[in-house]
Write a protein that binds this ligand. Structure first.
Ligand code: BGC
Ligand code: CA
Length: 348
């Protein structure tokens, strides 16, 4: 009797220690020992939007694979080293948010040498790089679409609010805060927002345009300077993303604008529709954004990574489709107060 009790207790101890061993990278969830290892990099953890993508990846992968998650700290050399380490740790698939989109080929060459599939996400690699390895895919969006949809929000809200044309010349005097130079999203959003507006019959005049690298504090400083220079001559602030739009809001609120009443107001639009932005849209301090779907982008990354890490076809058992450059494109959605629940639903 006593012997068999000792046996049961020791067997339980062994089992639980195996379970503990296999959950190291996965925040407490158990993963079977034969589940694949998947290596992920995020170009920098302190990017607001990417932090939502990362958390979604972590929770969706949890229990299905051993996850190695890296902060590349906006340093491509560091990311290259992280890729070497993950390949040495026998990762069966890599999911890479590049620091520098130009570095895709370096990563592909490393993975190809070990026959390990690579899924890039959020920062798109060139079509040439994508074509150089059959086991490379991309998950992201169609960048131009976000510029067009931001333009759509501008056109609709401008038409509905004639008082926003402060000098009454029928032209939108705007300033534009741009993301990172060379980032496909930043380039496409910048050119498409004004293209859409003018094609829809509203003339625009650019007062200023500068890069703020997706960053709130930088955007605030830039808009501080623009407000000093132009003040009320600015009739619209177009921002390539929400983090920078929120910096612009801080700047103009400090000067008494956009307090939630209609006294002193400069319309601001962003892209991403992150929760902080949705709160401002509800308060009436920001006019709109474009949903960059962090949940479905993470889902596509995880679906593809799990498939290819176990030797399956990338789309097996999923509803995703690939375009001519092997990219899954998750659609954007224009967001204003009228359909804010669409964006809120992706953050539930
Ligand atoms: C997002 C930005 C983010 C960037 C990072 C873009 O798609 O809109 O908020 O900073 O990706 O690469
Ligand atoms: Ca005007």
């Amino acid at each position: 009797m006593r012997k068999s009790l000792i046996f049961i207790v020791s067997a339980m101890l062994i089992i639980s220690s195996v379970l503990i061993m296999s959950c190291g990278d996965n925040g407490g969830t158990t993963v079977s020992a034969d589940a694949p290892t998947i290596g992920v990099t995020i170009y920098r953890y302190d990017d607001n939007f990417m932090s939502f993508v990362r958390r979604n990846i972590e929770s969706l992968i949890s229990g299905n694979a051993h996850l190695i998650m890296n902060d590349s700290q906006n340093n491509q050399a560091q990311q290259n080293d992280q890729v070497d380490v993950m390949l040495n740790r026998e990762a069966k698939a890599l999911a890479i948010n590049l620091v520098d989109p130009q570095a895709a080929q370096t990563i592909i060459d490393k993975a190809k040498a070990k026959d390990i599939p690579v899924i890039f996400f959020n920062k798109e690699a060139s079509p040439q790089a994508m074509a150089s390895y059959d086991k490379t895919w991309y998950v992201g969006t169609k960048s131009e679409e976000s510029g067009d949809m931001q333009g759509q929000v501008v056109v609709n809200t401008w038409r509905a609010n004639p008082s926003w044309d402060k000098n009454g010349d029928g032209v939108i005097q705007y300033v534009l805060i741009k993301g990172e130079p060379g980032h496909p999203d930043a380039e496409a959003r910048t050119s498409h927002v004004t293209k859409y507006i003018t094609e829809n019959g509203i003339r625009v005049q650019r007062l200023e345009e500068l890069n703020a690298n997706w960053d709130t504090a930088r955007a605030k400083d830039i808009v501080d300077a623009w407000m000093q220079k132009h003040g009320d001559k600015i009739e619209f602030i177009f921002s390539n993303n929400d983090s920078m739009a929120l910096g612009a809001l801080q700047s103009i609120q400090a000067l008494g604008y956009n307090q939630g009443d209609n006294n002193k107001f400069i319309p601001i639009v962003g892209v991403d529709a992150i929760p902080d932005m949705l709160n401002e849209i509800k308060k009436g301090t920001i006019v709109g954004s474009v949903l960059n779907d962090a949940l479905n982008q993470a889902k596509a990354v995880v679906d593809l990574a799990l498939n290819v890490s176990t030797g399956k076809e990338p789309l097996e058992g999923t509803d995703w489709t690939l375009d001519e450059v092997k990219a899954v494109r998750v659609p954007y959605v224009p967001i204003t107060i009228d359909n804010i629940e669409v964006a809120e639903n992706t953050y539930k």
